[in-house]
Design a protein around this ligand. Structure first.
Ligand code: F6R
Length: 261
């Protein structure tokens, strides 16, 4: 079962995630981070940037792989995940740009972009810590309901609810691309530590299904139950539909400090 940690707010979650990544980088200066985009991980990236600055942590060797990318956005589009990762992660953290990859959503090379990305992750020795958000539909990465639990990086069609949710980043809902290239659920499960973050009421159902529902391709987030080291960090609102909430609080309150998340 995933470890569930209920925190006061996104800032507190960010501190926890940043602490875990800082210890990882101290042990492994060329650590491989799995990077989610969207709103959810932003507080974690900010907290991590602050720790890196305050403690002068050398991150020049840290590597990164984004979860996903839209297909067909023009090069340099501000909402392409390449641009978002550069703006929100690479620049504030001071990472080496060449060491941070994003799936290539160029239609000209899309047929082999998934296989290329898988090969790059394997060549890097796999992802050490994968940050995940979760969509209202239950998606992780852009693996919408119905995605194979064994899937690898490939092109997917976004659901309408996901396009509507992501319309806030574009001028209009029609501008949200129909297709994306995303790490598969099988890819995500190969990472050595999964850290899934969720905040707010709108995520409560997806979180409950992921943590306590049956494992099913219909609920892609539920795949985290198959992972031996998955941490779910949620605020009270996102935790509100969890049946075993009191036990999660009890386990966290009594967790040996040396274990970390
Ligand atoms: C982003 C990603 C998605 C988001 C999810 C939640 O790289 O893979 O799974 O994590 O759509 O988005 P936000 O955080 O904007 O609510």
């Amino acid at each position: 079962m995933a470890e569930v940690v209920v925190v006061e707010d996104e800032r507190a979650a960010g501190e926890l995630v940043a602490g875990s990544i800082v210890s990882l980088i101290r042990q492994k200066p060329d650590a491989v981070l799995g990077l989610a985009t969207g709103s959810t991980p932003l507080a974690s990236y900010r907290a991590l940037a602050a720790r890196i600055g305050a403690e002068s942590i050398d991150v020049r060797g840290v590597r990164g792989f984004a979860l996903d990318e839209y297909v067909g956005l023009p090069d340099g589009h501000p909402e392409s995940y390449r641009a978002v990762i550069t703006r929100e992660v690479v620049e504030p953290l001071g990472l080496t740009p060449e060491l941070v990859r994003v799936p290539n959503g160029d239609p000209a090379t899309i047929e082999h972009a998934g296989a290329d990305y898988e090969a790059a992750i394997t060549a890097a020795g796999g992802v050490d810590l994968q940050i995940l958000g979760i969509g209202r539909t239950g998606h992780i990465g852009f693996n919408e309901p119905g995605s194979s639990l064994a899937s690898l990086t490939r092109v997917k069609t976004l659901t309408e609810p996901t396009r509507v949710d992501n319309a806030r980043f574009f001028d209009s809902p029609e501008d949200v691309p129909m297709h994306c290239i995303t790490q598969g659920i099988g890819t995500i499960l190969r990472a050595r530590h999964l850290v899934l973050l969720a905040f707010g009421d709108a995520k409560a159902e997806a979180v409950a299904a992921a943590v306590e529902g049956g494992v099913s391709a219909s609920q892609p987030g539920s795949a985290i139950q198959l992972h031996p080291h998955a941490t779910v960090i949620v605020d009270e609102a996102a935790a509100s539909r969890l049946a075993n909430l009191e036990y999660y609080r009890h386990a966290w309150a009594n967790k040996p400090a040396w274990q970390g998340i």
